[in-house]
Ligand binder design. Structure first.
Ligand code: LLP
Length: 401
């Protein structure tokens, strides 16, 4: 644990639970790991904002020199508010109305388009006056769960290869300034060879698009969630890129830059969801430990069968017993099934680890339960970076008849 148990206990005591706590130091350490691993190649990193968009977190990431990848025009606007300049913002669009792409152009950010339909509208509107990236579907199955696999042969993402002829025609007839070819095959990719496969696919296409100088391999770097899991070997990924780029440059006299869009890698392990045990319910099968949070605050276990380590902050050296840690939402709502944890008493505070990515960001107010507060720990200080929602917040957009 990079943040100490005492710090988490203090955050819960100061700000109450349920509470998201992020450790800025962990984000910095992950970013340094990235830049170090790729130091021998021409690479740029765009933090995938969709993992966590709190302004304080975005500012911290911007202050490290990292660029940012946005998946909606509002994420682009949040990035601008956090101080990212347009030359550091990439907008990777999917199934968006063309008007959103026009807005992104007016903001001056990099744009990746992932359908012939929008690329055609883009070509007719801007011709070669604005650079553009193209997202392709490489038909690679990758990632930790089918719901987070995005490059396979039936995925909605990217332009399918059977439309390559049409794509080339469009690019040639409008002389499009295609700077970037992009793929994102999935999240939680542990095997470096998946990136090599994606790279081979992109290099093949780069030969056909002479204006391309950037290959964007997307995000998906695996970080461990279970103890026995390993982080992806970044040095191996970097080595593969280096070899492939050198060979390409030799053959075509064109040098390339690699872009990556890590989300989980930067923020997953920085985050903890703290919850208080409200009810213990022993049964003939297992003891349920009900907490004051649920799938409305962290949907990953119920949505992706995701595993999150849990620790009992209030009784770290208690005797191990088996629990089903459950939320308080009125449908099946588990954080952990049959998990050995130090003895839990009502009132104990549990920390759900690795909750920084797609935790708060996917939270909702289901069951009219409010979303948690968020705290950032930076150089030992604890800062409230989002107050807890209130009932009034739930009513504020409603028009009462
Ligand atoms: N780039 C693109 C185009 C993406 O679609 C994504 C994630 C990323 C980068 C960042 O991927 P990462 O490095 O975080 O794996 N809610 C799911 C994850 C969905 C990922 C969607 N796209 C979860 O909680 O596991």
């Amino acid at each position: 644990m990079s943040v100490s148990r005492e710090q988490l206990v203090r955050a819960a005591a100061t700000f109450g639970t349920p509470l998201y706590v992020y450790d800025a130091g962990s984000i910095t350490a992950q970013y340094q790991k990235l830049t170090k691993a790729f130091s021998s190649i021409n690479a740029r990193f765009f933090y995938a904002a969709k993992a966590l968009t709190n302004q304080a977190v975005l500012k911290h990431i911007g202050s490290m020199g990292c660029s940012i990848d946005c998946s909606s025009i509002n994420e682009v606007k949040l990035a601008i508010r956090a101080g990212f300049t347009p030359d550091k913002i990439l907008y990777t669009s999917n199934s968006v109305a063309f008007a959103e792409i026009q807005e992104a152009v007016s903001l001056g950010v990099f744009i990746t388009i992932d359908s012939l339909s929008n690329l055609d509208k883009f070509a007719r509107t801007y011709g070669n006056q604005y650079p553009v990236g193209i997202r392709l579907r490489p038909n690679i199955m990758a990632g930790g769960h089918v719901k987070i696999s995005t490059g396979h042969a039936t995925s909605k993402f990217g332009i399918p290869m059977e439309q390559l002829d049409q794509l080339e025609k469009l690019v040639v007839s409008y002389q499009l300034s295609v700077t970037t070819l992009h793929i994102h095959t999935g999240s939680e990719i542990s095997d470096a060879s998946v990136f090599a496969q994606g790279l081979a696919f992109l290099l093949d296409l780069a030969e056909r698009f002479s204006t391309v100088s950037i290959l964007d391999l997307g995000g998906g770097f695996k970080v461990p969630y279970r103890e026995e899991e390993k982080e992806i070997d970044l040095k191996e990924v970097a080595q593969q890129v280096k070899i492939a780029f050198e060979a390409f440059e030799k053959k075509h006299g064109r040098s390339l830059q690699a872009w990556f869009e890590p989300g989980k890698f930067l923020v997953a392990q920085s985050g903890y969801l703290l919850a208080t045990v409200t009810v213990l319910k022993p049964s003939d099968t297992i003891c349920f430990a009900g907490v004051d949070s649920g799938l409305n605050h962290l949907i990953r276990p119920m949505f992706y069968e995701a595993y999150h380590p849990i620790s009992n902050l209030s009784n770290p050296s208690g005797n191990l017993q088996r629990y089903q840690v459950t939320g308080n939402i009125c449908e099946t709502d588990d954080f952990a099934l049959d998990r050995a944890l130090p003895e839990i008493r009502e009132g104990d505070i549990l920390a759900i680890h690795q909750a920084g990515a797609y935790g708060f960001e996917m939270a909702s107010s289901y069951n009219a339960r409010v979303r948690p507060a968020e705290v950032l720990i930076q150089e030992g200080e604890q800062y409230l970076i989002r107050r807890r929602e209130t009932l009034e917040d739930l009513l504020i957009q409603q028009i009462i008849l």
